[in-house]
Design a protein. Structure first.
Length: 277
């Protein structure tokens, strides 16, 4: 377990705490998107989304809406789980599901949706700091569908600074290495102010207690899920269940662990996804 003072913004706990501050969230969005963003209300962290009680739910890292009703889901991802493009599609579908009230027939009332994922690796292998995806026509690449959906994947290890703003490069480096030294090396006044606010978070006794509680809760959930999974695996004579539990817990997919124990079909889907036989 890292000390609170050693966390970077790629750590979900610190990212969520920092982005609950609307100034931090606004600055991050403005630097990424290169435009002014006026938030409608305070960002919501770990916002639970579910289409139906029968289906899995997801917790969105940080969810917020601007005064034009555009919705932003901003996520940090420390490890390449090999499913991020489809996960971004899933997150987008969860948001879309709740955009219209029952009986509403005007689909033009759907808000624009931005799924933003920040990672310390290059998901697509082209050396870019930023990959922006919008639906286009295969037969005419300049023809946009204009459905209001945008997915952005950010790579802190990009190699094309000439194609993005210097402030975005600084932000991505700062997100991976959230220290005073890194902040001091940045020209961006917005990053300097962000560092001041994050220093306050890291020195807060209240946040420190919350961090310890969160860590203890996660460890207890992991222990329970591991015990359930291994017991199920032993009762069925399947060592693969124990392997599945270990892999899911390593990726902090605790809810998937719990569902896999009770749902054999879902368990097999996860095993296929992770290559477990």
């Amino acid at each position: 377990m890292k000390d609170l003072k050693d966390l970077n913004l790629l750590d979900r706990f610190l990212f969520a705490e920092a982005m609950e501050d609307s100034e931090n969230m606004r600055d991050v969005l403005e630097i990424i998107l290169g435009k002014d963003v006026v938030l409608q209300h305070l960002p919501q962290t770990e916002k639970e989304q579910r289409t139906s009680p029968a289906y899995r739910f997801a917790k969105l890292d940080v969810w917020t809406k601007d005064t034009d009703d555009a919705i932003y889901d901003t996520e940090v991802q420390g490890k390449d789980t090999k499913n991020l493009p489809k996960r971004s599609r899933y997150y987008e579908s969860l948001i879309d599901y709740k955009l219209l009230k029952p009986g509403e027939r005007d689909f033009n009332k759907m808000s624009d949706v931005y799924i933003i994922l920040i990672a310390p690796f290059d998901l697509f292998g082209e050396g870019k700091y930023m990959y922006t995806f919008r639906m286009t026509c295969q037969e005419s690449s300049s023809l946009l569908l204009n459905d209001g959906a945008t997915r952005i994947f950010l790579n802190t290890h990009g190699t094309n600074p000439e194609d993005v703003s210097p402030e975005l490069v600084e932000l991505l480096h700062y997100i991976e290495n959230t220290t005073q030294e890194m902040a001091d090396s940045c020209a961006s006044t917005r990053i300097h102010k962000m560092q001041e606010r994050i220093c306050s978070i890291k020195s807060s006794e209240e946040v420190s207690v919350k961090y310890m509680q969160r860590w203890e809760e996660m460890e207890m959930e992991k222990d329970e899920a591991r015990a359930e999974g291994r017991a199920e695996g032993l009762s069925e004579g399947r060592n693969s269940m124990a392997k599945l539990m270990d892999k899911l817990l390593e990726a902090n997919r605790v809810n998937d662990c719990k569902r896999a124990v009770k749902d054999p079909e879902y368990c097999q889907t996860l095993m296929d996804e992770l290559g477990i036989k």
